[in-house]
Structures are given as C-alpha cells and as structure tokens.
Design a protein around this ligand. Structure first.
Ligand code: PLP
Length: 396
C-alpha cells in the first residue's frame, strides 16, 4: 500500500477554524458582546413551502408499495428534474439536450469528481482569489496549478489576454468571494481562448440566480460555441437554500470530444460506475423550485438576501469604502481601510463592531488587504451590523 503523497502537499485550511477560534476567544473575554456573523457563505432562510410540500408528498410515496421508488432508473437524474432544468435554461435563451444534464448531490462533489475525466498531466489555471476547493481538488490529484491574479486593476475579472497556456481553467461567476460577474462579452473572450488553447472551461455558476443586471451572464452557454469547450456546474444550494438538503447539477455538452472520446459519454460512464443518484425525495423537492409557485417563493428569498447586500453596500458607500459585488451576488468584497491587512481588519472589526467577516487572503494571495461580508444573514441583524460597521469606521 502506498498513500497518495499529494495529500501532504495540501495547505491546511486554517481559515474557518482560525475564525472560529478567534471569535470564541473574543466571546470568552467579552461574554456580553453581541457578535454578528457575516462570515460564512451558508444560507439562513428555510426551504420554500413548495419545496417542502413536494418533499413531504415524495416521502408519502415512499411509504406505499404502489408508489415506492427504489434505485433511480437513471443515475443521471429523474427526467422530471432534468426537464425542469432544461426549461429553466431555455428561459435564458440556452438550449440544452436532456442527455447533457446530470443531477448531483451538489456542486462541490461534481467539481472534484469531474477531474476523474482529465489526465493528471493537465495544467490548470485558477483565478486568485477564488473558492478554495478548485486548488485543493487539483493538489490532491498532483496537477500543476497556475494562478490568474484577480485584482482591482482588472475589476476582479481576469481576462485571457493575461493568461498563460493551460489545459483547464476555472471560472466562477458571480464569483465567490469577490461577487464580480462576467458579462457575456467577456466570456466570449474566454471561449475564444479555450478554443485556441485546446483547453476546457470549468464554469461554476453556483450563484447565477443572483444575476440581475442586463449583459451579465447566467450561463457560459449564453456564448455561442461555448458548448464545444465548457462544462457548467451549478447547484440548488444558493438559489433554493439546499445547502443542507444537497442537490446540484452539471451540464456536460455532447460537443466536447477528443478523437473518439466524448466527454459526455465519459461522465455518464463515470457516474453510472461510481454514483447511484440523488434521493428521489430530494429530486422532487428540487423540481418544485421550477414551478411557478416555487419560483415566486424563491424570488422572495433571493430578494431578502439582495436587500441585505444593499444595506451593507450603502453603509460602505456612505463611509467611502471601495468594494465590489453585492449587486449580482450575495458577497461584498471590500478593500480594508487604512491599508490594514485582511486579518488585522478582521480583528479590528470584531473588536470595534463585534461583526465577523472573512479575511480575503483566505481565498488566495491576491485577497490580501480585502475582506468578504455575506448577505445571507438575518435582515435585522444585517441592519444592525451595517450600523455598527459605519459607527466603527467613523471613529477610524
Ligand atoms: N461553488 C461555489 C463557488 C461555492 O461558493 C460553493 C459553496 O459555497 C459551492 C460551489 C458548493 O455548492 P454545493 O453546496 O452545491 O456543494
């Protein structure tokens, strides 16, 4: 037996445990402090009523011999859910074939599992800062990783003119942690680059539901020809609060081929071998998201988070703090005042406002000097946090 030596190359993920320790220490020293947490990217509103109703009904079906569902007929997902996703994309002008949609237990699993399909010799290009999972997935596999700096100069939206050659590039839009969102025009340049470099784009659309401004992309497939070079990973976690319920989907187009290998067929083969599908009850709940009633309820929830983002953004505007995100994203990415580094600002904010956020450097070296606040909190607590942040900044 030989262990995978690449696990020793992983950086320990100290970010959220360090935050938890710092907050616990502060609370111990200040037992009366009323700490508001705007750090973690988890949702707080419950599942929509349509979703839980559909899940209750599905549980009832599972309780009777006549309506019971055993193994899922297709590991790729039930037709009713894949059809609903196909129609959702059609509403945004994107045509998908049902065979291109694969239901999963969430974006995180697929982001890791998809790498099974690519040679270990591939070089990957990862924006910095970004969702840390992309880096760790590739370190575990022993792949060479190049970084693509995202910074204030490129509005945290790195473009391919500054990109080295790579075989796989990760694009996350709307971005975690910066909230920056590519336009369809900007993604055209990435699709062109992928074709020129014989590269694949792994497009993470987990936050697409937050896009409201015209011209911004909700899917990479809004770009013509993207189906030849891009796989899109998406999730019910943020659109419908499925972080604990677990459901997502990945689009693997039929047009991505090399010699006689088809990426779609490879993924189907991989999934049918290593995955037995997502629970019937969960798939029923996910499908309810796309009913008119479900969509109405979900929009209300998204608006709730959007209002939180606007409250935080307004406080920062009033105090003259630079930030991006918050409009088409639940994340607000701010430049730490007085040239504080990310952890110094974390400590300062905890001390002076009793508010917890996430230091930007936890998402990559280029995140140094920046800070992420999330709009996923309770509305009243977010208002209170915004007031406290303003009051603290005023004294700086
Ligand atoms: N992709 C991004 C960019 C995320 O921020 C997250 C979770 O925060 C995920 C994927 C994971 O989504 P899921 O809950 O579907 O695994």
């Amino acid at each position: 037996m030989q262990l995978n030596p690449h696990y020793a190359e992983l950086n320990e993920s100290y970010l959220f445990s360090t935050i938890a320790h710092k907050v616990a220490d502060y609370q111990k020293a200040h037992p009366d402090a009323d700490i508001i947490r705007l750090g973690i990217g988890d949702v707080t509103l419950p599942l929509a009523a349509s979703v839980t109703r559909a899940m209750h009904d599905a549980v009832e079906e599972q309780a009777h011999k006549e309506t019971f569902h055993g193994y899922i007929p297709s590991e790729q997902g039930y037709g009713f859910l894949r059809e609903a996703i196909r129609d959702y994309y059609a509403d945004h002008g994107v045509t998908l074939d049902l065979s291109e949609i694969f239901i999963s237990d969430g974006a995180k699993s697929d982001l890791g599992n998809l790498l099974d399909l690519f040679s270990q010799d591939n070089t990957v290009l990862v924006p910095d800062p970004v969702y840390p999972v992309y880096v760790d997935d590739n370190v575990m596999a022993g792949r060479k990783i190049l970084y693509l700096p995202a910074n204030a100069e490129n509005n945290f939206l790195p473009m391919p003119d500054a990109a080295p050659h790579a075989d796989i590039v990760y694009l996350c839009s709307p971005n975690n942690p910066t909230g920056a969102t590519y336009t369809v025009e900007q993604l055209k340049a990435w699709v062109r680059w992928a074709k020129q470099n014989d590269a694949l784009i792994l497009f993470d659309a987990a936050y697409e539901c937050f896009v409201t401004e015209p011209g911004l992309a909700r899917s990479i497939y809004e770009v013509e020809g993207a189906k030849e070079v891009a796989v899109e990973v998406c999730s019910f976690s943020k659109i419908a609060g499925f972080t604990g319920t677990r459901c997502g989907y990945t689009v693997v187009p039929q047009d991505i081929r090399q010699g006689n290998l088809s990426l779609n067929k490879m993924w189907l083969r991989r999934q049918t071998t290593k995955f037995n599908g997502v629970a019937y009850v969960v798939q029923r709940g996910a499908a309810a998201v796309f009913t008119p009633e479900g969509m109405r309820e979900i929009r209300e929830n998204l608006d709730y988070y959007r209002k939180n983002a606007a409250v935080i953004a307004q406080a920062l505007d009033e105090m003259g703090i630079w930030y991006c995100g918050g409009k088409n994203s639940p994340y607000i990415w701010l430049r730490c005042p007085n040239q504080m580094d990310s952890w110094a600002f974390f400590d300062w904010l905890l001390e002076n406002a009793n508010v917890v956020g996430t230091p930007g450097e936890g998402f990559g070296a280029c995140g140094q000097g920046y800070f992420r606040l999330t709009a996923f909190g309770d509305a009243d607590r977010t208002k209170e946090a915004a007031q406290r942040i303003k009051a603290a900044l005023a004294k700086l």
